[in-house]
Design a protein around this ligand. Structure first.
Ligand SMILES: Cc1cc2nc3c(=O)[nH]c(=O)nc-3n(C[C@H](O)[C@H](O)[C@H](O)COP(=O)(O)OP(=O)(O)OC[C@H]3O[C@@H](n4cnc5c(N)ncnc54)[C@H](O)[C@@H]3O)c2cc1C
Length: 506
């Protein structure tokens, strides 16, 4: 992401880090494997905005279709599929702290729910895209067993640089790509499906002449269709920086203690044991903070319970992964490396702050400039502070107290001027560790013809261009109560039916 003053101030170079999975299987190859679909209200609101075919009742069959669930207590649930390609399982490893999290939530009146059913406002263990404890990426789930099909050609180490669009009749006719230093063009018999994710799909559209007129012209790209590509971008940010120390041992995932040969063999042979943990994250829950404007049971925060904190791996994995600066890690977390500690992190579900992306060049190998525009709306800041206060309350309950859970109160060095625990302090802290959960969406927004921001119609066809669809998380038109992997897969399932219907292939 481009430098944004006032956020990620505790990250390396003061910048937020946006990695993507550059692989067959895309970002599902590097993600945290949390399986969430979004709530009924999310999809019903999307449909109510004019996106026919996208209500909860419309999308749920596609989630079920691709799913092969093996979830305790949900064997007969009508909301889960059993015959799909994507395996969804409980995380085999559960620490005692996961139970403490759910027990504490119960004390505050939160119900245990299947958060992937229509009755989702509550807490439970995480459902994950795992096959016997190992990552079920989209490549493993959908491509591996089909890779020898005659009508599927997977070109690795190839980079699409342009969709070829006939400027006269505005029809997509093929794709240009680079492989091993050579440029190729490939023609489409029927249509081109762009599925390069929320950064590269809009980038490729713009390189191909579909995007904001002025922007394309400024880079000498002939404009074929003037659309607001990349002009909306939402993301989910979190704050993984709270740490609660414990007065007992063998409760958390201390990396150097679990990285044993025995645990490795256990994981390798049976897919369980501590190494099957999603870096400590075990439980999930939805809350509505006391400053939410929403009516009814619609959350503004997702909580994620973890039996590890940033200190548990001595700063080698998670802190490095989010690009936390050494000066912050060493000052705040190093002193508790020898004590067991946990965190509860959270996700701001419906940020009001909206970002965007812009071309930087007509050179397809130069990535677009990415602007998260995080925390530019005060309600986002206030909601994050409310979430922190909620978590502190949640951990200050008997289920956690019995392990001596105590908030680590070492001040961030860049926030020392504020009283620890004050609103000013927490605002400074979330601006220091503004960690994205990498759910960028809306850059090729889906919407009806009346939506001035829409790039694709509800059948995912690019406005003004024939034979071109975008099929990935970039089309999601508004924030949803979900990590975006399962929604991206559902979009793929649904698009497959649309395409078959268009070409009468049923
Ligand atoms: C670190 C991390 C953790 C995450 N954790 C979770 C999680 O726990 N649960 C969850 O639900 N979501 C999670 N997400 C988000 C989720 O994985 C993504 O939202 C989802 O994978 C998006 O799918 P997509 O198909 O839209 O894009 P992607 O998965 O990014 O796929 C795009 C594909 O297009 C390819 N591509 C791009 N440009 C080109 C080009 N020019 N030429 C050729 N190929 C190209 C890429 O290589 C990639 O294969 C996480 C993301 C990250 C980064």
């Amino acid at each position: 992401m481009e430098y944004q003053p006032g956020v990620c101030t505790g990250m390396v170079d003061g910048k937020c880090f946006w990695p993507r999975g550059k692989a067959v299987g895309g970002t599902s190859v590097v993600n945290y494997m949390i399986y969430t679909r979004g709530m009924k209200e999310d999809w019903d609101r999307i449909a109510a905005a004019g996106n026919y075919g996208w209500s909860y009742d419309d999308v749920i069959p596609y989630y079920i279709k691709s799913e092969r669930a093996d979830l305790k207590g949900l064997k007969n649930s009508p909301w889960h599929g059993r015959d799909g390609e994507l395996s969804v399982e409980d995380i085999p490893f559960r620490s005692k702290l996961s139970k403490a999290f759910l027990d504490a939530a119960k004390l505050y009146g939160h119900r245990r729910v299947d958060y992937n059913s229509p009755d989702a406002f509550g807490f439970n263990y995480i459902q994950a895209t795992l096959t016997r404890g190992q990552r079920a990426s989209s490549a493993k789930a959908f491509l591996h067993k089909n890779k020898k099909r005659k009508n599927l050609h997977i070109l690795i180490s190839s980079r699409a640089t342009k969709v070829i669009i006939d400027p006269i009749n505005k029809q997509a006719v093929g794709v240009e790509f680079h492989k091993n230093g050579r440029v190729y063009q490939i023609r489409a018999n029927k249509e081109v499906i762009l599925s390069a994710g929320p950064i590269e799909s809009p980038h490729l559209l713009m390189l191909s002449g579909v995007g904001p007129r002025k922007q394309l012209q400024s880079f000498g790209i002939p404009v074929i269709q003037d659309l607001k590509v990349g002009e909306s971008l939402y993301d989910h940010i979190s704050f993984p920086a709270l740490a609660f120390t414990l007065n007992q041992t063998r409760l958390t995932l201390v990396e150097k203690k679990i990285a044993t040969i025995q645990n490795t063999i256990q994981y390798d042979q049976y897919g369980d044991g501590p190494m099957s943990s999603l870096a400590g994250v075990e439980t999930i829950g939805y809350i509505k903070t006391n400053i939410s404007n929403e009516i009814g049971d619609y959350p503004d925060i997702e909580l994620l319970g973890s039996c590890a904190s940033l200190a548990s791996d001595e700063g080698t994995i998670v802190a490095k992964g989010i690009r936390m600066a050494d000066w912050l890690y060493n000052d705040v977390y190093k002193p508790i490396e020898n004590v067991e500690s946990l965190t509860v992190l959270f996700m701001l579900l419906h940020p009001k702050s909206k970002g965007y992306l812009k071309l930087q060049s007509a050179d397809p190998f130069q990535q677009p400039a990415l602007y998260g525009n995080y925390l530019t709306h005060q309600q986002d800041v206030d909601t994050m502070i409310a979430a922190i206060r909620y978590i502190i309350k949640l951990v200050d309950t008997p289920p956690f107290r019995k392990y001596g859970a105590t908030l680590h109160k070492k001040k961030f060095p860049n926030c020392k001027q504020y009283e620890f625990g004050s609103d000013n302090y927490w605002e400074c802290a979330v601006r220091a560790v503004t960690a994205t959960l990498h759910h960028q969406i809306t850059t090729c927004k889906m919407g009806p013809p009346t939506d001035p921001e829409a790039v694709v119609d509800p059948e995912l066809r690019v406005y003004g261009i024939s034979n071109l669809r975008v099929v990935d998380s970039s089309i999601i038109p508004r924030t949803i109560v979900a990590h975006t992997n399962a929604p991206a897969i559902m979009i793929g399932e649904k698009a497959a039916d649309m395409i078959k219907r268009s070409w009468k292939l049923f």
